[in-house]
Write a protein that binds this ligand. Structure first.
Ligand code: SAH
Length: 469
């Protein structure tokens, strides 16, 4: 069983595993399985890796289905990397995410835990994203049927507008209807594709770095605003204006239309300058009564409703009375800090990206928040004794690090500073558990609240309240 490319047959899937995979045990060996399978399914697995104690591979055939399985709602399920758990009923997804939090915190965290309150499920399990990006590519990902249809002939590359296929950097799956974001998203995407095909506009070739149409980033917000940013490789004024005019005519609900010229090899727009073609050039989103400016490059929680719920849990855990000095670490565009500002004496936000801090300052002003200040820089560099001395000892530290979790240096600093409360918001319970194990030296975990921001995916958000002993 050490060989690769072996196909194991009739394997009963017994559990879920990390990163959206499933798991089976064969002769004491753990097999991680990809490809839309769930516990209860019996499958054939083609191994791609095989070690002494574990192996991984892809399900190539399903013999029988789990009794819990539901019909996936999307035509692109199985090929698109987007919503891998559509076959799992939402209630079961939540149960599993809850279990993941329990497992991580108890196995890695190794500390006494309070009962974990049931995960907050998402009211909307489709159309829940406020931001979505599609990619233009001159190489569509072809289905097995399409390849078979070509027979012995040469398979011609077709243009596509959709999502990258996992692990195939140059292949894009043409997406007809996507259920991650409310309309007019599909209308925008399909209008662009139809127009580009009808007018022979060149879809980008990521291998040879040529072509014209690169990406489209769409924001559909609860305020009713729709912001679209079309990314092209180079300026071609007449062609660009014709395309953008056509889009505006077909989709009158667009409130802001921008374009960005990206001559670089990579897709990132963070070092580029989006230009407004129509509308004010940004949009606004609301959380409770707070309004946030969303520029074409701004970061914002991608599920507005659940983002609001997450912040409410965070604020409740912070237990503010109006007298507290609150530090908002990894503050992004300042949204958590602003959200709790009314209940705090003052808020100090810290974030690596300068543009995000500019947004945070603007957002504070927009909401008449006068007790919040924001600083750009690495938390490790900024959070020194002089900084805490200058801004006041924290009563509450709110920390919301990226997936990698907090740097050990910061954890040590927090232990040294010893704020009475830490609220730890995490998008990765595994690294959160690691950090909690260190914080356990001085802190007790008081409350744990998982929140589901991303239905049909394996992503989990978890909020933990730590109290200093
Ligand atoms: N709290 C925010 C954003 C959380 S995402 C919100 O709810 O919207 C995590 C943020 O941490 C990102 O904005 C990222 O730019 C920032 N970040 C990552 N590493 C950092 C570091 N070393 N120092 C400061 N900020 C960092």
């Amino acid at each position: 069983m050490r060989k690769k490319n072996v196909v194991l047959t009739n394997i009963p899937v017994s559990d879920y595993a990390a990163e959206g995979k499933a798991l089976a045990k064969v002769d004491g060996k753990v097999i991680f399985i990809e490809g839309g399978v769930m516990p209860g399914d019996v499958v054939d697995v083609r191994l791609s890796k095989s070690k002494k104690d574990w192996a991984e591979g892809k399900a190539v055939h399903i013999h029988s289905y789990s009794k819990d399985r539901v019909e996936p709602f999307c035509q692109h399920f199985g090929m698109c990397g987007g919503c891998k758990w559509q076959m799992v009923p939402y209630e079961l997804q939540l149960k599993y995410k809850q279990q993941q939090v329990v497992d991580h915190l108890s196995r890695i965290g190794k500390m006494p835990l309070p009962p974990i309150t049931p995960i907050l499920g998402s009211k909307n399990t489709v159309n829940y994203r406020n931001k979505l990006e599609f990619t233009f590519s001159n190489r569509a990902y072809l289905t097995n049927e399409e390849i078979a249809a070509a027979g012995d002939g040469v398979i011609e590359h077709k243009p596509a507008l959709g999502f990258h296929v996992p692990r195939l950097f140059d292949k894009v799956l043409n997406i007809d209807t996507c259920y991650l974001q409310a309309e007019p998203t599909n209308l925008i995407k399909n209008t662009l594709r139809e127009y580009a095909l009808a007018n022979n506009l060149a879809f980008y070739d990521i291998r040879n770095h040529e072509g014209w149409l690169r990406n489209v980033i769409i924001r559909v917000l609860t305020t009713g605003e729709v912001m679209v940013n079309v990314v092209i490789h180079h300026e071609a004024k007449k062609q660009r204006e014709a395309l953008l005019d056509h889009l505006l005519a077909k989709v009158p609900s667009i409130t802001t239309l921008l374009y960005t010229i990206n001559p670089k090899k990579n897709d990132s727009i963070f070092d580029l300058e989006p230009k407004a073609y129509f509308g004010k050039g940004y949009a606004e989103e609301k959380l409770e009564d707070y309004t946030f400016k969303i520029g074409p490059k701004s970061f914002f929680q991608t599920n507005t409703y659940q983002g609001e719920a997450l912040y409410q849990v965070t604020r409740e855990f912070a237990g503010l009375t109006g007298n507290e000095v609150v530090y908002d670490l990894y503050c992004g565009t300042g949204s958590i800090g602003i959200f709790v500002s009314k209940q705090a004496k003052k808020v100090i936000g810290i974030e690596l990206i300068k543009e995000a801090i500019d947004d945070a300052k603007e957002n504070a002003e927009r909401n008449n928040v006068t007790n919040a200040t924001f600083y750009a820089g690495d938390v490790i560099d900024i959070c020194d004794d002089a900084f805490f001395a200058a801004h006041g000892a924290p009563d509450v530290v709110i920390t919301d690090p990226p997936r990698a979790g907090m740097h050990e240096k910061l954890v040590n600093k927090l232990l040294e500073i010893g704020a009475p409360k830490i609220v730890y918001v995490s998008c990765n319970p595994a690294t959160q558990a690691r950090d909690l194990a260190l914080l356990h030296e001085k802190y007790t975990v008081e409350k744990i609240q998982p929140v589901d921001m991303f239905p049909h995916t394996h992503h989990i958000e978890n909020v933990v309240l730590l109290i200093k002993r």
